[in-house]
Design a protein around this ligand. Structure first.
Ligand SMILES: [Zn+2]
Length: 372
């Protein structure tokens, strides 16, 4: 068995380099700097590298090993961008203490990049990298994967399985389900009037919207994992005017694919409750759900079997948050998510990983790449 704990110092050095190269999604030059490090590392490991150029966001990078072999590749999925703006490093510097390592993006998901590359390197050194492996490093996951979605789907469709190197749950579980994500805007129009002199001529858009919010709240159904959350509300201008406009914005999470149509229909069916007002609704689904369906149940069982032969325990959970793994599910290709570093508090200044999880996850990923 490969001793990945011996790789830890090198893994930490690379992680420090990646984290200290800050990479907010909307800063192309910054994300491309991480891309340059990733290319250099993949090149060092003998990969064939393909760069997919982007004008607005960072370039995407594809690295391929053993592409000449006939089997279907395993796809390792990563993103290089983080939610943190440039300069966050001053407030949350990269450092390790006890068994924890801190810094912007250590968990989400620069740790995952380091784990994949260590797994490949370990297998190469042991001469056990015997199948095609494709690694995709995208630049815009944290802003919805607008420029990478088609590429993810294209590479995933050819893969035997997709391993998403997003963070694991804090207890070490991987993620076998994720909720699908959508959003909506409800715009209400009424009629303005002087609140003192002609109040009866007014049609209060806020009152109308208040009614609609209560209707929207009824669409949540915990029994099937669906939530519809009004998160923002705006309306009116000053206190002595009957408001003629009000807007609500919200977030939709679904676990079952068919819930998308139910929620969209229900939102679009909203009708004004009071006379002379109008209600206009827009609904957008960004990521479909990644359900724990038969395909992924079989994938988990197989992964657990492989892990067990290496003396590793593999537990599974899920997340209400989406990832690029969500795009894979509708293709019918097996996908296991959350194979990256183990930690918590992602997207916050406290973001951290268990340092030794870099090694234990590299061992798990190497086992899956070797024996799948
Ligand atoms: Zn992520």
């Amino acid at each position: 068995m490969i001793d990945f704990h011996a790789h830890l110092p090198h893994m930490l050095t690379l992680l420090k380099h990646l984290v200290e190269t800050e990479s907010p999604s909307n800063d192309k030059a910054a994300v491309d700097r991480v891309g340059a490090i990733v290319q250099e590392e993949c090149h060092r490991l003998g990969a064939e590298i393909e760069v997919i150029p982007n004008t607005e966001t960072g370039n995407h990078i594809i690295a391929r090993w053993n592409a000449h072999l006939p089997h279907q590749p395993i796809l390792l999925l990563h993103h290089m961008d983080t939610v943190f703006p440039l300069g966050m490093l001053e407030r949350m510097p990269f450092y390790s203490k006890d068994d924890k390592t801190y810094g912007p993006g250590v968990l989400d998901m620069k740790g995952g990049i380091v784990i994949s590359l260590a797994a490949i390197q370990g297998l190469q050194q042991a001469r056990e990298l015997n199948r095609p492996v494709t690694a995709l490093f995208t630049s815009d996951e944290e802003i919805g994967s607008g420029t990478s979605r088609a590429l993810i789907e294209q590479l995933a469709a050819q893969a035997a399985i997709v391993l998403v190197m997003e963070s694991g749950l804090v207890d070490g579980s991987i993620k076998v389900w994720r909720k699908g994500v959508g959003d909506f805007i409800v715009k209400v129009k009424g009629r303005a009037a002087h609140a003192g002199g002609e109040h009866e001529k007014g049609r209060n858009a806020i009152r109308e919207l208040a009614y609609q919010v209560l209707e929207i709240e009824k669409m949540t159904d915990y029994t099937v994992g669906t939530t519809v959350n009004v998160g923002v509300i705006r309306g009116g201008t000053v206190t002595n005017v009957v408001p003629d406009e009000a807007v609500a914005e919200g977030d939709i999470r679904i676990l079952l694919p068919q819930e998308a149509a139910r929620i969209e229909a229900a939102l679009k069916a909203l009708k004004p409750a009071f006379p002379d007002t109008s209600v206009e609704v827009t609904v957008t689904f960004n990521r479909p759900p990644l359900p724990f369906n038969e395909t992924n149940q079989a994938a988990l069982a197989k992964a657990q079997q492989i892990a067990a032969t290496h003396g590793l325990e593999l537990r599974a959970g899920g997340s209400g948050g989406g990832s690029d793994g969500n795009f894979v599910a509708p293709l019918g290709v097996p996908v296991l998510d959350g194979l990256g570093a183990v930690g918590a508090d992602y997207h916050s200044e406290r973001e951290w990983i268990y340092t030794t999880s870099l090694a234990s996850r590299a061992q798990l990923v190497a086992a899956l790449l070797r024996d799948w």
